[in-house]
Design a protein. Structure first.
Length: 242
């Protein structure tokens, strides 16, 4: 039996820039509604406490009663001793995917600028983009699954995210996209200019982190349990960015 056609939509709300994939337009509408709602909660919290947006250290102020998007950002990033905004893309993607699932989605992908939350009832390729690195045209081949997965990437050479390391790409996989996003930042921060790449994985040896990889220049290192890595001709036009 033929599978349903996948539809995609590019959506931007202020700094949030996503590509949403689904089988039904209503599922995409649910994701967009979630993004609008979660951003409004986050912006209201930041208006009350601008420090939340600025700090690069763990947020250790009282946050009981804060909206779920804020609490998840704090909890994920505190586990890696980094600031809460390091998980904003992963948490927003996670909550958007959950909204799609509530509408009955069995296939849903929310790519928030390289921080991907995915539920796939069919195989999916997630491309690995590492900028000017000579390591190109690689992808993770995700087998079908019935629960969400976070595949999140950080970089010290690509994109606007803050990184204190030298990775062209630091990628982390977790069933919790919030944890995956925070861990990808921590992993990227740990990549030195010329030290052994294997040393950086100590930064993500936490419960819930399934696997990780780092690309720096012409070198690649793997850690933990990763899906199959395969060759795939990547179309730069599919990269979610402004």
């Amino acid at each position: 039996m033929a599978q349903s056609r996948i539809i995609k939509e590019h959506f931007q709300l202020k700094e949030t820039i996503v590509t949403i994939s689904a089988l039904e337009s209503g599922h995409i509408d649910a994701a967009k509604a979630s993004i609008r709602k979660q951003r409004s909660y986050l912006e209201a919290f930041i208006r009350e406490d601008p420090y939340f947006m600025l700090t690069l250290e763990p947020y250790d102020l009282p946050y009981h009663g804060a909206p779920d998007v804020v609490r998840q950002m704090i909890q994920a990033t505190n586990a890696f001793c980094i600031g809460p905004m390091a998980a904003v893309a992963g948490v927003i993607a996670k909550l958007a995917l959950e909204a799609m699932m509530e509408k009955g989605a069995t296939y849903a992908v929310v790519d928030n600028g390289g921080d991907v939350s995915v539920l796939n009832d069919r195989p999916v390729l997630i491309g690995i983009y590492a900028g000017s690195s000579s390591i190109k045209d690689l992808a993770l081949e995700l087998p079908p699954r019935n629960k969400p997965l976070g595949v999140c990437t950080s970089s010290g050479t690509v994109g606007p995210s803050i990184s204190f390391g030298f990775a062209d790409a630091s990628l982390v996989i977790s069933e919790d996209p919030a944890m995956a996003d925070a861990a990808a930042t921590a992993l990227g921060n740990a990549v030195s200019a010329d030290g052994p790449l294997g040393d950086c994985f100590k930064a993500v040896e936490k419960q819930g982190i399934e696997g990780a990889l780092v690309i720096r220049g012409d070198k690649l290192a793997l850690w933990g349990d990763l899906p199959k890595i395969t060759r795939a001709k990547l179309d730069p036009g599919l990269i979610t960015r402004a």
